[in-house]
Design a protein around this ligand. Structure first.
Ligand SMILES: NC(=O)c1ccc[n+]([C@@H]2O[C@H](COP(=O)([O-])OP(=O)(O)OC[C@H]3O[C@@H](n4cnc5c(N)ncnc54)[C@H](OP(=O)(O)O)[C@@H]3O)[C@@H](O)[C@H]2O)c1
Length: 321
């Protein structure tokens, strides 16, 4: 069978790594773009024979190189995103300037599809730099290319994530966990395999000019999520509501760390619910129904944070008597 080709930016992230496995299993050849080809070679796994994955190194968004890659393909997917800025205007560069350039090139070389990952819950967050940059990216894609698909996921979780695993690490060492905004913010977490199935369906479909919110089966508050994580790692901790002015001061300090636990902008984003909105259709409306539930899935990897590890509850000596 003839291979189909896909150009993938941001391939080494949580979503990219899982998407590559799904696509390669289904006869797609992936041209995976990364800033560090050696690290990517170590991280990325396919489920196909050799030849289904081509790694390409791209530094500083070299426009000529981007153009030569886009010329070769019919479908381009952009998964590049950041959670905090390491330098001035980085949100604008990554979430707005880059998607705008990719959309322009997609138009110039008449691609069939440009699929871009934006974020959920950003429409009302006009006081967040992250949200504004993601929204600006969406606007500029629409201006530059008609056959766009913009996907807006809620929190994406899996053993590879920077969310459930980060909180399990914090909860396993901290005696007290701060609750921002009383832990009332709502999320609709989606498992990475459910999101990858949505992306795969979108690739195979004839949809275009589509903005789609991507949500899981449940709506869970921040506090409920922490309680589920605690239950899963079998630990008891104090969940302490933190007044917002105090939370802002802690975020100011946290964001000085090289890999910040929380930035002031992330604290702002935490104020806004992160579930299906009134603005766009969601995967549920399109019949892309997720299969995974938060509690069931985190239980499959939370043993990494449980005292004694995976086999702590088993009596290993039983069979040796
Ligand atoms: N994960 C979630 O919960 C979630 C929720 C909503 C929206 N999204 C969006 O979905 C997309 C993919 O998410 P993800 O979790 O898979 O992302 P991720 O793991 O954080 O990162 C994706 C990739 O982007 C590249 N990248 C990061 N910073 C970069 C920079 N400064 N310059 C160039 N490339 C850079 C990296 O690839 P290399 O190091 O190989 O270059 C990285 O592996 C993002 O746009 C994200 O905003 C994610």
């Amino acid at each position: 069978m003839k291979q189909k080709e896909i150009l993938l930016f941001g391939a080494t992230g949580q979503i990219g790594r899982n998407l590559i496995r799904k696509l390669s299993k289904n006869n797609y050849k992936i041209i995976a773009v990364t800033r560090n080809i050696h690290r990517a070679g170590y991280i990325l796994k396919t489920q196909a024979n050799p030849g289904y994955l081509e790694l390409v190194e791209l530094k500083n968004f070299d426009v000529n190189k981007i153009e030569s890659l886009i010329k070769r393909t019919t479908i381009c997917i952009n998964l590049i995103g950041i959670l905090y800025e390491k330098r001035k205007d980085e949100f604008k560069l990554i979430h707005s300037d880059l998607p705008a350039l990719l959309a322009k090139k997609a138009n110039q070389f008449k691609l069939d599809k440009f699929i871009h990952l934006s974020a959920l819950g950003i429409e009302n967050a006009t006081d967040s730099k992250y949200a504004l940059s993601k929204l600006d990216g969406e606007r500029r894609i629409k201006e530059n290319f008609q056959r766009y698909i913009i996907l807006k996921p809620s929190i994406v979780y899996s053993v590879d994530d920077k969310f459930s695993t980060k909180f399990m690490s914090l909860l396993s060492v901290l005696p007290v966990m701060p609750l921002y905004y009383n832990g009332r913010t709502k999320f609709s977490p989606i498992h990475v395999s459910d999101l990858v199935n949505i992306i795969y369906n979108i690739i195979e479909s004839k949809n275009e000019s589509l903005v789609l919110e991507c949500v899981g089966l449940e709506i869970i508050t921040f506090k409920e999520m922490l309680i589920k994580l605690l239950k899963s790692i079998n630990k008891k901790r104090i969940l302490l509501p933190l007044p917002t002015p105090l939370a802002k001061i802690t975020a100011k300090f946290f964001q000085l760390l090289p890999n910040p636990l929380l930035t002031e902008d992330q604290l702002i984003m935490l104020k806004y619910d992160n579930c299906k909105s009134k603005y766009y259709k969601s995967n549920l409306d399109m019949g892309y129904i997720p299969k995974k539930k938060f509690e069931n899935e985190i239980n499959k990897y939370s043993y990494n944070w449980r005292t004694g590890g995976q086999f702590a509850d088993e009596n290993n000596s039983t069979n040796l008597k």
